[in-house]
Design a protein around this ligand. Structure first.
Ligand SMILES: *Cc1c(COP(=O)(O)O)cnc(C)c1O
Length: 396
């Protein structure tokens, strides 16, 4: 893959007709090193956030050995890409055939569950061996997160003790896991969830070997500047250390977004302008799913030599023939942005590149690598100030 200095260089060299995904391996490597060095336990990568094989290899080379997978396709993908990776099947509703294949063919021994039925299914499909790690998923609040994961999965606290006791019987290693929701904006989210873990363990009176605080670690987006990740790690460590668990217990986390948000940006072309609306060549059915469906704002840059200074708010339409293919933003761009211009949309490595569909014939894109910094970073020791002057990149 050709390595360009930055997005402007891609536009100058190729004037791309299709959207371009830009990979930044150095940014993903830095994020992985940060978690491996600073999180006070084990880091699993949640593959669904971005399952591209090139990213999996970057994370593996950086030292990430454990992967949170949620479907048999993700199990096969990680096994095929990283033969020695440790697989953890953390979706609490699996098919018997997926469990069977994961355990018997791919060596996956870690499973999550939130009901007695799922526990029975896992025991039957694996044959009840003595090497299972079973993680009971607790239902916790998503009130501190931008995207809720509170409704769908997790056993209620009142029902947790019985399930923990039953899982203890079948497990070599017993875990408790949860997910506070994606893009948690305060470390307190984890404290509140860990207090539920404490209550469940005390009520159940079982020995717990793994406490898995899940994903939810935030990245930086316009209007969403979370506290430093070090604050999250410190509070999780302190609360974890006070839990009534065995001395040899392990602390795990499953970041998706935080490990890959900075890995990708996207170059789009403006095909038409109508007032403050820009019709671009990617959208709701491409890498901009979250921008359309949950109104997520991503940072943008106009890739052009000269621009009329003042930055104004724009919204985007994607390329399909569907009114839903609309991204409200607002996205701040120079007032004279129009047809033929290229725009770089940043921070799309998590739940961006992974969401692309072929709807309406618009799924194709190009992939290149860029050597410059992502538009924002949790990991470079500064915080980008989204000033007006940063919104135009000179093409030289
Ligand atoms: C989606 C998911 C994650 C990753 O969440 P992020 O918010 O991207 O960090 C981790 N664990 C489980 C079980 C998930 O479903």
């Amino acid at each position: 893959m050709h390595i360009f200095p930055d997005a402007s260089a891609v536009v100058r060299a190729t004037a791309p007709d299709r959207p371009v995904i830009l990979n930044r391996p150095h940014a993903a490597r830095r994020a992985a090193r940060f978690f491996l060095e600073k999180f006070p336990g084990r880091t699993l990568y949640a593959v669904k956030a971005n399952p591209s094989a090139d990213l999996l290899e970057v994370l593996w080379d950086a030292g990430v050995t454990h992967y949170d997978v949620a479907s048999i396709a993700e199990v096969r993908l990680v096994r095929a890409t990283l033969p020695e990776a440790v697989l953890c099947f953390m979706h609490p509703v699996k098919t018997p055939s997926a469990i069977r294949e994961a355990y018997h063919q791919h060596g996956c021994k870690v499973f999550s569950l939130d009901t007695q039925d799922e526990l029975d299914k896992i025991v039957e499909a694996t044959g009840g061996p003595d090497d299972l790690t079973l993680c009971v998923r607790l239902r916790v609040s998503s009130e501190y997160s931008e995207l809720s994961l509170a409704a769908k999965f997790g056993v209620e606290l009142a029902d947790a003790p019985a399930l923990l006791q039953a899982a203890r019987q079948a497990a070599d290693s017993l875990g408790v896991c949860f997910h506070v929701g994606s893009q948690a904006m305060t470390p307190h989210a984890y404290v509140q969830a860990l207090e539920k873990v404490r209550a469940a363990i005390v009520d159940a009176s079982v020995l717990v070997d793994v406490v898995d605080v899940g994903g939810g670690f935030p990245s930086i987006y316009p209007g969403m500047e979370p506290p430093p990740l070090e604050d999250f790690f410190a509070i999780i460590d302190r609360t974890y250390e006070s839990l009534p668990i065995s001395y040899s217990a392990e602390l795990w986390c499953e970041p998706g977004r935080a490990l890959c948000a900075e890995y990708n940006s996207l170059i789009v072309r403006v095909e038409k302008r109508r007032g403050r609306e820009l019709y671009i060549n990617d959208g709701a059915y491409g890498a901009l799913f979250d921008a359309a469906h949950v109104g997520w704002r991503f940072p943008v840059k106009l890739l052009r030599d000269e621009a009329d200074g003042a930055v104004e708010p724009f919204s985007f339409y994607g390329p399909t023939c569907d009114d839903l293919d609309h991204m409200e933003g607002p996205f701040g761009l120079p007032a004279d942005t129009g047809a033929g211009d290229y725009i770089e949309v940043g921070m799309l490595g998590a739940y961006g590149a992974a969401m692309r569909t072929g709807f309406n014939g618009f799924g194709e894109c190009e992939v290149h690598e860029a050597a410059d910094e992502p538009m924002a970073s949790q990991y470079r020791g500064d915080r980008r100030d989204p000033r007006v002057s940063d919104n135009v990149v000179r093409l030289r």
